[in-house]
Design a protein around this ligand. Structure first.
Ligand code: GTP
Ligand code: MG
Length: 652
């Protein structure tokens, strides 16, 4: 189905954008995709979107921007990604805000609607996920909601594009909410006092006053409130809190909940309905006992698909048969007959050749592994299992001074550490963000690396997997524990909503997998080529042998690896997965014994973050933190690997 904007919309003056906002995981990005035809990542866990995505409203003329934003719980933000959304609302002066709500959980959505009404920003309410609400016997009366809120209300199923035409029709009818929320006397007195202290030019003074009273101190600077007035506003807040015996944020929220519940009593009916199968399974997945075998089954299934099928069967077919027996001999023959220069020949098809190394690694080893991993990962993401995993691992994370919310970026790191470093924005405190960034750089192998690892270590048997996993996890626990004590700041509470388990949408899974593979190839192939060219140059000028000699005490003496492993470790500086692919190659040539495989895999897992990840850390936290992370991680990898070598050689 294509969507056409109604004629009226084309008449709206200017190019003020349409902004999608709402609670996390309610379907904003899915709706964004339907409205613009542009794909924004859609996943079944809160916090998928951490950056703003823009697109054009399909079929609208003049062109109108649509903005997808990170989810928020309130317009008084707690975390950085929530603040992004609030600031966009205040800065971009939207033509219309589409507040997306989850029909199954309207209460928390209406809390935002109340806040929106107080800001006076024109909006419409899209009550999404009507299909799931119906399956649970929840009936939403859009007309009652519209009457009580004073804005247009549309019901939608974003994944099926149901209600899209109606939504497009209402966009030009967006208007400020009419819900006049009256608070108790002490709150109203404080609001009036703060309104008087805000600069004359402040838009929507009442809304701003309520945000400030609820704790949005950063707003004062944004509104250019002079220092004296800022102090006076804080005094008003303290006085009111003393009178109410509770923080104003709590008091305000309580009164809003009461108002929202009154609306819901009229607008929502719940009929007795059969429980969907997914609900029971969802409960088992977080059960303190049953949750573990379920986790085991999930991990084993991923291992079978990525480690055995991807890294084993597919890589075997591609690397040995397709590239080894057909492509590379063909290319070598061609190059040798067509190009008479030995130097160019070896640059293209030699030991460190463009085709024989860079492209073979990229397409025959890494691509099948990343592909299968991304596929498995997208299925997991869309199923709603990941937040349940966070709940299961919460306890282990507590020992590191982190909470279960930190599990999500760490699991995303299994896809790509660079993306995951950005996803740390969903964490509430800077301390936790830096801690998770460090752990990501240290011990979370990205998909390509993980696949290679599973293929190599798994081939040796369960003991090897257990040793590798045990050493890496133990190192992370120790480092996490220490980091919690070294990095200043506080730990925040763990509140994570559990979305329902659902069968993944195959279309979304395919789009997401392909998008990630494309992104990966664009990023990886150039780096592989640069890395190979570097090795080629080093080899050509005899520097490689010299470096190997110089590093021999470390690589051969301390880590107990063959001298050729130096090359793999060198290119590991560019990308850890490239290094891992090099070791994979060595192992296939029979140059690594079991102890060497396990040791080299532990080292390359804990190795320095890849260049992209390093740059992302610098972008998010500055060069000082980036260098500190690298300087912690690198010596530690060598230390742990060496000790493991000593222990394993002694045991075996
Ligand atoms: N059954 C059903 N699923 C939906 C609907 N809309 C979205 N989903 C699913 O809900 C999940 C969340 O969708 P997203 O679009 O990522 O939600 P979001 O609001 O952008 O989430 P954040 O970016 O995390 O704030 C995905 O698994 C979607 O496939 C709907 O109307 N019905
Ligand atoms: Mg989103």
């Amino acid at each position: 189905m294509t969507c056409h904007a109604p004629a009226e919309l084309r008449d709206v003056a200017g190019t003020a954008p349409v902004i999608l906002i709402g609670n996390p995981n309610v379907g904003k990005s899915a709706l964004f995709g339907a409205l613009t035809g542009r794909y924004a990542t859609v996943s079944n866990y809160p916090g998928t979107t951490v950056e703003v995505t823009q697109g054009w409203l399909a079929g609208a003329a003049p062109q109108r921007t649509v903005i997808d934003t990170p989810g928020l719980y309130s317009l008084t933000p707690l975390s950085d990604d929530e603040r992004v959304t609030r600031d966009i609302l205040l800065d971009r002066q939207p033509a219309a805000v589409v507040q997306v709500a989850d029909a199954k959980n309207l209460r928390r959505s209406l809390l935002i609607a109340v806040e929106l009404a107080e800001t006076g920003i024109p909006f419409v309410l899209a009550v999404n996920m009507m299909d799931e609400a119906a399956a649970r016997g929840i009936e939403v009366d859009a007309a009652v909601l519209a009457a009580r809120l004073g804005v247009r209300v549309v019901t939608t199923v974003a994944t099926r594009k149901d209600g899209l035409a109606a939504l497009l029709d209402t966009l030009h009818q967006a208007k400020a909410g009419q819900l006049e929320m009256r608070y108790s006397a002490p709150v109203e007195a404080a609001v009036a006092a703060v309104e008087g202290l805000l600069p004359q030019a402040t838009l929507h003074k009442r809304g701003a006053a309520l945000m400030v009273l609820a704790g949005a101190d950063d707003l004062l600077a944004r509104l250019h409130v002079p220092a004296a007035e800022q102090a006076a506003i804080r005094a008003v807040r303290s006085q009111a809190e003393a009178a109410l015996h509770q923080p104003l944020a709590v008091a305000i929220n309580r009164e809003r909940i009461a108002a929202v519940d009154a609306i819901l009593a009229d607008a929502v009916r719940v009929r007795a309905a059969g429980r969907p199968w997914s609900e029971q399974l969802g409960r088992w997945a977080v059960d303190p006992v049953l949750g573990w075998p379920i986790l085991g089954v999930v991990l084993y299934a991923v291992y079978l698909f990525v480690g055995v099928f991807g890294a084993g069967t597919l890589v075997g077919l591609l690397e040995e048969n397709f590239f080894g027996e057909i492509i590379n001999p063909l290319l070598t023959g061609l190059v040798e007959t067509l190009i008479p220069f030995p130097l160019v020949q070896s640059f293209l098809v030699g030991e460190f050749g463009l085709f024989t190394m860079a492209l073979t690694y990229a397409f025959a080893i890494v691509l099948p592994i990343v592909g299968t991993f991304f596929l498995a990962f997208s299925v997991l993401e869309d199923s709603g299992y990941l937040p349940r995993l966070a709940v299961m691992l919460d306890r282990a994370f507590r020992t590191m001074g982190l909470n279960g919310k930190a599990v999500l970026p760490m699991i995303l790191g299994l896809g790509c550490d660079t993306m995951a470093t950005m996803a740390t924005r969903i964490l509430d405190s800077r301390k936790e963000r830096i801690q998770v960034t460090l752990l990501l750089a240290l011990g979370v192998p990205c998909s390509a690396q993980l696949g290679v690892l599973l293929g190599m270590v798994g081939g040796l048997g369960l003991w090897a997997l257990a040793v590798w996993g045990g050493v890496v996890v133990a190192t992370m626990l120790v480092v996490g524990w220490l980091a919690a004590r070294v990095i200043p700041g506080k730990q925040s509470d763990f509140i994570l909503e559990l979305p329902p388990l659902r069968l993944p949408e195959w279309r979304n899974v395919v789009i997401k997998t392909l998008a990630r593979m494309e992104w990966y190839l664009k990023e990886v192939v150039p780096i592989f080529i640069v890395g190979t060219a570097l090795l080629f140059a080093l080899d050509l000028f005899g520097a490689l042998a010299w470096i190997q000699q110089a590093l021999a005490p470390l690589v051969v003496g301390w880590l107990g690896l063959p001298i050729q492993a130096t090359d793999a470790l060198l290119i590991g500086f560019l990308r850890r997965d490239y290094g891992a692919a090099g070791l994979f190659d060595l192992a296939q040539q029979g140059l690594l014994d079991p102890v060497q495989i396990v040791v080299s895999m532990v080292v390359i897992t804990l190795f320095v973050p890849c260049i992209a990840n390093f740059l992302m850390i610098v972008k998010e936290y500055g060069a000082r933190i980036g260098l500190a992370v690298a300087a912690t991680v690198f010596p530690l990898a060598l230390l742990v690997g060496g000790v493991l070598n000593v222990v394993l050689s002694w045991v075996m």
